[in-house]
Design a protein around this ligand. Structure first.
Ligand SMILES: [Mg+2]
Length: 411
């Protein structure tokens, strides 16, 4: 759903009751751009975009002043600059955003342990258990927003409702720097005039299909017999959208505990000493690790290799990169470099391992370090590989250098 397409005028007048509205959706306003403005107060009040400055990338974030020119996230940089030639372009600093995000998480955890982070700047909170101590959901939303303002000098918008879906929509309408409660008895009044693309899970293709059939508003979806909707969209999506259109969303706030690291190891049948063989194994393991990261929508920043010698002594070397990665190419090149730096001359190796730590969700813009990569670079190649594997299985596609490897190297 594109937030920019939602029409503010369609919000009905909502009452004050937050009874039963225990789910908060918190979303920072123009997060990356706001962090940049906070760091450099000269940017305040100006159209600023965050993105690669090679002109090839896309806009990662835009201040509201830039949005006034029609600029929005995911737009090609070149187009943004055409729309507003005086726009100030700032390169992304992912480390800074990640650090701010951690401070934000601390603030959210100070009101409830039930925080489900969606991206660096967005989360659901279940405040059912916090009411006794901190007051009504609205009071908790206000508290969060004022803490964020005071401690981070940034603004956040909060949507409050009885379901995740409606809370998320509410925060969209609260933006920027606002708070919106959708009372339980006004959910349908709020929901039904909205365009179909406001429904969670309706991408541009589904939207096209629905609009073609004359289904433009959520109320149109709600009025349609669920059977008809299933015929159009299939069983799962049909039922799901029907429920959402009636404000039904059973999903709970799930505390997300990310893996601390993802790694793979391989013990050779016979000790190996040839660097080419060890490097081939490092490539194969890097590929497995990268592919697992991608399937879990994770990126990481510390890459390590582990080597065990024939006398069982073990060494580990690691390197932390500036941004985050989940590409086979980058993980392999760092892991291989770490191995080569050891200068092991014909040492007998029993086991090799590759691991990635410092993991973070790749949902959102966290994977943007590849912004300046060639348009059809490694991430695209990886995506193609992942797709083929989904269809044909893990062994279907291998990095080219592994194709010629004998089968005993494969797991
Ligand atoms: Mg945001």
């Amino acid at each position: 759903m594109s937030k920019n397409q939602l029409n503010r005028t369609s919000i009905p007048k909502l009452g004050d009751s937050d009874q039963g509205c225990n789910i908060l959706h918190l979303d920072m306003d123009a997060f990356y751009a706001s962090v940049e403005v906070k760091r450099n107060p000269n940017l305040k009040g100006k159209p600023v975009i965050v993105g690669g400055n090679s002109g090839r990338g896309v806009v990662v974030a835009a201040t509201y002043e830039a949005r006034a020119f029609g600029i929005h996230a995911a737009m090609p940089m070149s187009r943004a600059i055409r729309l507003c030639p005086e726009v100030i372009v700032v390169s992304p600093d992912h480390q800074e955003y990640a650090e701010t995000s951690e401070q934000l998480l601390e603030i959210m955890l100070s009101v409830t342990p039930l925080v489900e982070t969606i991206s660096l700047d967005e989360a659901f909170l279940d405040v059912t258990g916090s009411r006794k101590l901190l007051g009504t959901p609205r009071a908790i939303g206000d508290l969060l927003r004022s803490k964020i303002k005071n401690e981070l000098q940034l603004t956040a918008s909060v949507g409050i409702a009885s379901t995740k879906f409606v809370a998320k929509l509410a925060s969209t309408y609260a933006k920027p720097d606002g708070l919106l409660v959708v009372p339980v008895d006004q959910v349908l009044e709020f929901l039904h005039p909205l365009p179909v693309n406001a429904l969670w899970g309706v991408g541009s293709k589904t939207e096209e299909k629905l609009v073609e059939l004359g289904l433009k508003k959520i109320s149109d979806i709600a009025q349609l017999p669920v059977k008809t909707l299933i015929k159009i969209l299939g069983e799962a999506a049909g039922e799901h959208l029907h429920d959402l259109a009636w404000g039904r969303d059973e999903r709970e706030v799930v505390v997300y505990e990310p893996d601390k690291s993802i790694g793979h190891e391989h013990t050779f049948d016979v000790d190996v000493f040839k660097p080419t063989e060890i490097e081939a194994e490092i490539l194969r393991l890097s590929d497995l690790v990268a592919s697992r990261l991608r399937s879990r929508e994770l990126v990481g920043r510390t890459i390590s290799v582990k080597l065990r010698f024939n006398d069982f002594s073990t060494i580990t070397r690691s390197q932390t990169i500036k941004g985050y990665t989940n590409t086979t190419q980058e993980i392999n090149s760092i892991a291989k470099g770490l191995y080569q730096k050891l200068g092991l001359q014909r040492a007998r190796i029993r086991l090799v391992g590759v691991r990635v730590e410092g993991l973070h969700s790749s949902v959102g813009a966290a994977i943007q370090p590849t912004l300046d990569a060639p348009e059809h670079g490694w991430p695209q190649a990886d995506q193609a590989i992942d797709k083929a594997r989904e269809r044909f299985g893990d062994q279907a596609v291998k990095p080219a250098r592994l194709v010629s490897q004998s089968d005993d190297l494969q797991e």
